[in-house]
Ligand binder design. Structure first.
Ligand code: IPM
Ligand code: MN
Length: 362
């Protein structure tokens, strides 16, 4: 069966890492005899420049009909002064909301070859394997009302943090199921000492936990969690968080692995999955062939795992990433290897590695 994938390179280094990722996608489809149809569309600043809006309805419709969507990154200083409803990020938020992608999986894995790339001590980060399960279509990102006004001669802005029981239940089940297939430990992150949304979160997670007596659940306040992630990340297996806490904690957790350029992600919840590197558009290094494509390539692995249910293809890609790093090949953000490569060259090395690794099995 032919798989249709929509490519949304977006802005900045999103474009470069997408090019590298697509080569890997094509290569793996060829290796596994999977027919593939690709369609590239504009989102974010690129769409604003071409069409005046962050994402066109036709693009959303195309994504809705695809098997999977790959997104590079959106945003950049050029579009930073636009009003909220026309910002590049709106493309991503609409995609998440309108595709029903309430689950965001962000695996944080430390590769042994990169133990010295992190700013944390090697003994603190050795063997770290955390799965962040971030709620993605609720909370303060989407709550209403959301507005800016002038009140008594000064500006006033309002965001609303909002959660319903059903939204918490479904993401909690995803996290518990994931924990069940891993080390059976879950930390649910909240700010229940201050926020009523967090109190509902904690109560709901507790109730769902009775269906998972084999999973050890602990509640952790988000400020404490931020501290524990750098103090002793080894205590974590699955981290369940609401939308904004997950955004913040996943950038922090990325640094355990050495670089934000290492973290892939999958957004799931409906027929179509959205795959994107966690890093942003990095305007400071964009267009210089410096970006690390491994988060993007790792996101392609996740596409094979979750959208195409091809675990062997996913592992082939992940193995190639590991072999490359073990061979001392890195990008400049990782900086410890004996060969520091650019985006294009690194993508090519991954493909060489996959093919070399594949040959004996033909
Ligand atoms: C992420 C990003 C997005 C978010 C932005 C670009 C809207 O930071 O995916 O982590 O905040 O969710
Ligand atoms: Mn983020």
């Amino acid at each position: 069966m032919i798989k249709k994938v929509i490519l949304l390179p977006g802005d900045g280094i999103g474009v470069e890492v997408t090019q590298a990722a697509v080569k890997v996608l094509n290569c793996v489809c060829e290796m596994f005899g999977l027919p593939l149809e690709l369609q590239e569309c504009l989102v974010g600043g690129a769409s604003i420049d071409a069409h005046g809006i962050p994402i066109e309805d036709e693009v959303l419709a195309a994504c809705q009909e695809a098997d999977a969507v790959f997104l590079g990154a959106v945003g950049g200083p050029k579009w930073d002064r636009l009003p909220q409803d026309r910002r590049p990020e709106i493309a991503l938020l609409r995609l998440r909301k309108e595709l029903g992608l309430f689950t965001n999986l962000r695996p944080v894995k430390v590769f042994e070859a990169l133990l010295n790339s992190s700013t944390l001590k090697p003994e603190v980060i050795e063997n770290i394997d955390i799965l962040i399960v971030r709620e993605l279509t609720g909370g303060i990102y989407f709550g209403q009302p959301k507005f800016t006004e002038v009140l008594n001669g000064e500006e006033r802005a309002v965001d609303t943090m909002e959660y319903r029981t059903s939204e918490i239940e479904r993401i909690a089940r995803v996290a518990f199921d994931a924990a069940r297939s891993r080390r059976k430990r879950m930390h649910s992150v909240d700010k229940a000492n201050v926020l009523v949304t967090s109190q509902l979160w904690r109560k709901t997670v507790d109730r769902i936990s009775t269906d998972y007596p084999d999973v050890t659940l602990e509640h952790m306040l988000v400020d404490n969690c931020a501290m524990q992630l750098v103090r002793n990340p080894n205590q974590f297996d699955v981290l369940l968080t609401e939308n904004m806490f997950g955004d913040i904690l996943s950038d922090e957790a990325a640094m355990i692995t050495g670089s934000l350029g290492m973290l892939p992600s999958a957004s799931l919840g409906s027929e179509v999955g959205l795959y994107e590197p966690v890093h942003g558009s990095a305007p400071d290094i964009s267009g210089k062939n410096l970006a690390n494509p491994l988060a993007a390539i790792g996101s392609i692995a996740m596409m094979f795992r979750y959208s195409f249910e091809m675990e062997d293809a996913a592992q082939r890609i992940e193995q190639a990433i590991q072999n490359l790093l073990n061979a001392g090949i890195t990008s400049f953000d990782l900086g410890t290897g004996n060969r520091i490569l650019g985006t294009i060259e690194m993508g090519e090395e991954i493909i060489n590695e996959m093919q070399a690794f594949f040959l004996p099995y033909i």
